[in-house]
Design a protein around this ligand. Structure first.
Ligand SMILES: Nc1ncnc2c1ncn2[C@@H]1O[C@H](COP(=O)(O)OP(=O)(O)OP(=O)(O)O)[C@@H](O)[C@H]1O
Ligand SMILES: [Mg+2]
Length: 483
């Protein structure tokens, strides 16, 4: 399923853009056609109105001479009016035969145009029509306006004013051509601009796609080039941050594997040497056997502790919110269970273990885990101490927090090392670690547990003077015991 969707070629944004441009071009084109049509019909309407008024005046003015057949007067009038109106005047009798043509060419001809019939048959007093006339190899357009000549309420003829409307047609055509030029230029600008914008968007997307592909193929040091400060730039930055985190996680994981293998190898090597030395030695005394087996046993313990710590660490890291079951426990009973068994170990090393409880209320915690953390800190305080030293375990309430502290007057931790000791497998002195048997996971586990409790761990230490570790837990949700 996954591979099918991966192999499917995505519809290119460029194609979508092209269809958008085509729709835009069609819309523009329709708009141009419509506007030039509207312009044309508006201009013609003005012409028709003007012409109708003129022909109406003419028909009224010629009625007397027309009825009385005053040809000369009619002709003079028609010619002068024709010139004034920049057109041709025809006077027709009631059967449509030209009685007078101001151009003197159509006299006696029968006119059969629709608008003339309309007027002569009394359907309308005024009418008009457009006509195309083939003039050599070019067309020319005329407007015929017709008005009835009425004598004693009877239509006795019609006056026709023929005017050229070529100026309107060619005017509209030149406007149309200008529109089309503007349209083509703006379309070209739109296409170029959009193309540039699309490429500006697509090129970082393409490099992001290449980046994700490289990362999914395991090339974790792949980064994308980020330009500008727009949303795509911030997407690029987020990608680079994500890649950096993945690289960090990968590095930490491989460091962990190499450290863990190294830590496991050390006791295994010792065990191998110890076993071989008694295996290949003849006549070994029983006491030597016992001593060597004791050493092997010690190494097995070390390995078991290490493996247990590693298992605990993974379990803590994989814990989810739903796994965290907090309970209210008294700090005194919580600490008593930890301090009791450790007191004996302290005494065997001639170290005094003191208790100093400033806060005796309840704490909301996962008790097993919190006890494990405190136990680790006390073990360290005993381990990195000297004969005759002392360790104090205590509680106090400070700034709304419950604070557990473990203080010792042991060897202390150099300032430069104080942050590092919380890292996995970190030990201040690796050579001493062989005697103490520590693997360097203890404080990392303590810190993880404290963080799971929503708290923090701090440290005060001076080399040669001792150290104090503090676990700060939020008081919220903890009942204070009545004193
Ligand atoms: N109270 C202390 N005084 C002096 N040094 C300390 C103290 N606590 C920790 N350290 C130093 O910090 C290092 C890390 O401590 P951590 O508890 O993580 O590991 P560890 O004690 O060596 O091994 P383990 O995993 O068995 O606890 C120790 O190796 C030690 O050098
Ligand atoms: Mg430790």
């Amino acid at each position: 399923m996954d591979t099918i969707s991966r192999n499917k070629k995505p519809t290119s944004i460029k194609w979508r853009f092209l269809s958008f441009v085509i729709i835009l071009a069609i819309a523009f084109f329709v708009a141009i056609v419509m506007t030039s049509r509207i312009l044309e019909s508006n201009l013609l309407e003005i012409r028709v109105f003007d012409s109708a008024q003129k022909v109406n005046d003419i028909s009224t003015a010629v009625t007397y001479d027309f009825v009385n057949h005053n040809s000369q007067s009619l002709y003079n009038y028609a010619v002068s009016q024709g010139l004034a109106a920049n057109g041709r005047i025809l006077l027709l009798d009631s059967s449509g035969i030209v009685q007078l043509d101001s151009y003197s060419r159509l006299n006696g001809t029968k006119m059969g145009n629709l608008e003339i019939y309309e007027v002569l048959e009394g359907d309308s007093d005024v009418s008009y029509g457009y006509h195309r006339i083939r003039n050599g190899d070019r067309d020319s357009w005329t407007l015929n306006s017709v008005s009835a000549i009425i004598d004693e309420s009877k239509t006795v003829g019609a006056a026709v004013l023929v005017q050229s409307i070529d100026d309107v047609v060619s005017g509209v055509n030149s406007v149309r051509i200008r529109y089309i030029i503007i349209y083509l230029v703006s379309l070209a600008i739109v296409v170029i601009l959009f193309w540039l914008i699309i490429n500006r968007i697509l090129s970082p997307l393409k490099s992001l796609q290449e980046g994700t592909e490289a990362i999914s193929e395991g090339d974790l040091n792949k980064r994308v080039e980020v330009r500008g400060r727009d949303e795509l730039a911030s997407l690029g930055n987020s990608f680079n941050e994500m890649a950096q985190k993945l690289e960090d996680v990968d590095r930490i994981r491989s460091e962990f594997v190499s450290n863990a293998s190294h830590e496991l190898k050390t006791p295994l090597n010792s065990m191998k040497i110890l076993t071989e030395s008694i295996l290949y030695e003849d006549n070994v005394e029983e006491s030597v056997y016992k001593e060597f087996l004791g050493d092997i046993d010690h190494e097995v313990d070390r390995m078991t502790n290490l493996v247990n710590d590693m298992l605990l660490m993974t379990r803590l890291q994989n814990m989810e919110k739903k796994d965290l079951v907090f309970e209210e426990v008294s700090v005194i009973s919580l600490l008593e269970e930890v301090v009791g068994p450790l007191r004996r170990i302290a005494e065997s090393k001639e170290i005094t273990l003191k208790e100093e409880y400033g806060y005796t209320g309840n704490v909301s915690c996962i008790s097993g885990q919190l006890q494990h953390a405190i136990q680790n800190l006390i073990e360290n305080a005993i381990k990195y101490n000297h004969e005759g030293g002392s360790v104090t375990v205590g509680t106090k309430e400070e700034n709304g927090e419950i604070v557990f502290f473990i203080d010792d007057d042991g060897e202390g931790i150099p300032e430069a090392e104080q942050e590092k000791i919380f890292e996995r497998f970190y030990r201040v002195s690796k050579s001493r670690a062989r005697e103490t048997g520590g693997s360097g996971l203890g404080l990392y586990i303590v810190q993880t547990i404290v963080r799971l409790h929503g708290g923090r761990i701090t440290l005060e230490s001076a080399e040669g003077e001792g150290s104090t570790f503090y676990i700060h837990l939020p008081k919220k949700g903890n009942d204070r015991e009545k004193e």
